[in-house]
Design a protein around this ligand. Sequence first.
Ligand SMILES: Nc1ncnc2c1ncn2[C@@H]1O[C@H](COP(=O)(O)OP(=O)(O)OP(=O)(O)O)[C@@H](O)[C@H]1O
Length: 227
Amino acid sequence: MYELRGVTKRYTRGKESVHALDGVDLTIADGDRLVIQGPTGGGKSTLLQMLGGLDRPTSGEVVLDGTDMARLSEARLTKVRSENIGFVFQSFNLIPTLTAQENVETALVPLGVKVKERRERAVEALRSVGLGERLGHLPDEMSGGQQQRVAIARALVKQPKVLLADEPTGNLDESMRDEIMDVLETMWKELGLTFIMVTHDSSLAKKAPRLVTIRKGKITVKENAAS
Ligand SMILES: Nc1ncnc2c1ncn2[C@@H]1O[C@H](COP(=O)(O)OP(=O)(O)OP(=O)(O)O)[C@@H](O)[C@H]1O
């Protein structure tokens, strides 16, 4: 469970100061599916970075399961991240010289998983996203949708509690977008993940059980009873 209290993030460039987040209070229960939307520059990516422990707030608390990530040492924060949080980005971020299977295995290296188990888990994760036949393919031998599936397998192979996705369908055409959303939704249901996604896509936002809109660093939360 996440508890954000008074989270502020200020960026300073020369004399200019931007309040990317301005006193954000937000609770996210385990197993929630939450969409973050809002205008360009509103603070969506900054909020996701705080949730992922990729950056620290200027002030406030980002508590994940009782631990304030803002106060952890870099080493402990890296450990919390690699054990608990999977990331999927718009630009897939696969290593171009590694096969699909090797890309997925990389997520298990920091956890000290032995080679044989790494291989088995990577194959299983790729099968679960429908890529059992593509284990030995390099990223540029796969479509955008397939590359994003590899990225999803890489995020989930470590069995995280939380999956964070920043515009995961932003680089994909409409049919691939639906396909990737189906994969993400299935994984969310099957694995009992907390799934938090930033999107510009209003049709995806409408379907979310919980919608956070962020403008000028301030959030509003809407529950969607219909979904
Ligand atoms: N590293 C940085 N240095 C300075 N300012 C930054 C930095 N990162 C973000 N900002 C500023 O903080 C504000 C929020 O940015 P953020 O990227 O979180 O918005 P966003 O809602 O994700 O936007 P977009 O939809 O365009 O990706 C913007 O005004 C942005 O210019």
